[in-house]
Design a protein around this ligand. Structure first.
Ligand SMILES: [Zn+2]
Length: 277
């Protein structure tokens, strides 16, 4: 499932490819991915508008339009935004799963394809977008999030730190992969109550999280199964994963076999009981 680095990669690519592009029209093939608008309304409001910017917030890809609307895509498990310049850009398999297509004035096509159709596409006006973004927590890479502020945000929680890291109202953009990786880097037991972390542990965790997220962005994210970028390419972070997907394998720090459990939050947690104690 695309988390911060993957969504950031998608948004940066789309910004580079689409900022300033004018939309001729949109066609909805499978309306069940749409939120907040009907297919007819989506097609109507996307006629002859210009994409001014593509950006990310949390795990959302947002395309601002000069009409004041924004297209907000949440790829979830198997969603992808694919830009088609020539027909060879889109594989036959991807083409089967296209749910909607935006045609640009320059002839390029922008598709949202989603294999399991658990992702969503919404068309929001300014107020609706503000309402969607308002409850989200700070961005982990935003320098305004200081170690002190991060530590304070954990202080009153008795929930497992791993679960709290993935709570989008506490911190935006982190999901299961990067929560596991950051906790291993910072040598913190994922099951510990968030409020039990000292200021220095919280500070170390924030640094670890920033290092992991930045390193993953640098290689365009982690590709498991169906995550691809806007050109159909895959992310390169899998070889750098220290714990996620490595249950039973030796810890890179101390060689103890990594533990694989779903007891903490129902999601797969992989950690080293020896160096994350
Ligand atoms: Zn270890």
């Amino acid at each position: 499932m695309p988390e911060l680095p993957e969504t950031e990669t998608i948004a940066r690519d789309l910004h580079q490819m689409l900022a300033g592009a004018r939309i001729r029209n949109a066609t909805v093939l499978r309306a069940d991915v749409l939120r907040t608008v009907t297919a007819a309304e989506f097609e109507h409001r996307l006629r002859s508008v210009t994409i001014t910017r593509a950006w990310r917030r949390a795990k959302l890809v947002i395309l601002d339009l000069d009409s004041g609307d924004a297209i907000v895509v949440q790829p979830r498990f198997t969603g992808a935004m694919l830009v088609e310049v020539t027909p060879e850009d889109i594989s036959d398999r991807d083409r089967l799963y296209i749910t909607l297509t935006v045609t640009l004035d320059d002839g390029r096509l922008v598709h949202y394809r989603d294999i399991r159709r658990l992702g969503t596409v919404a068309l929001l006006d300014r107020d609706q977008l503000s309402a969607v973004l308002a409850p989200l927590g700070p961005e982990p890479l935003d320098p305004a999030l200081t170690a002190e502020r991060f530590s304070v945000s954990l202080r009153n929680s008795r929930q497992a730190i791993k679960k709290v890291l993935m709570d989008q109202q506490v911190l935006a953009g982190v999901g299961n992969i990067y929560a596991n990786e950051s906790l291993w880097m910072a040598r913190i037991d994922p099951s510990r109550a968030a409020g039990s972390l000292s200021d220095s542990e919280a500070g170390a965790l924030l640094i670890a999280m920033r290092d992991v997220l930045s390193a993953s962005i640098a290689v365009r994210g982690t590709s498991f199964r169906d995550y691809v970028d806007a050109s159909g390419g895959r992310g390169g972070f899998v070889p750098f994963l220290q714990v996620y997907g490595r249950g039973g394998l030796p810890c890179a720090r101390c060689a103890t076999p990594l533990v694989d459990t779903s007891a903490i939050d129902g999601r797969t947690t992989v950690f080293c009981w020896r160096c994350q104690a």
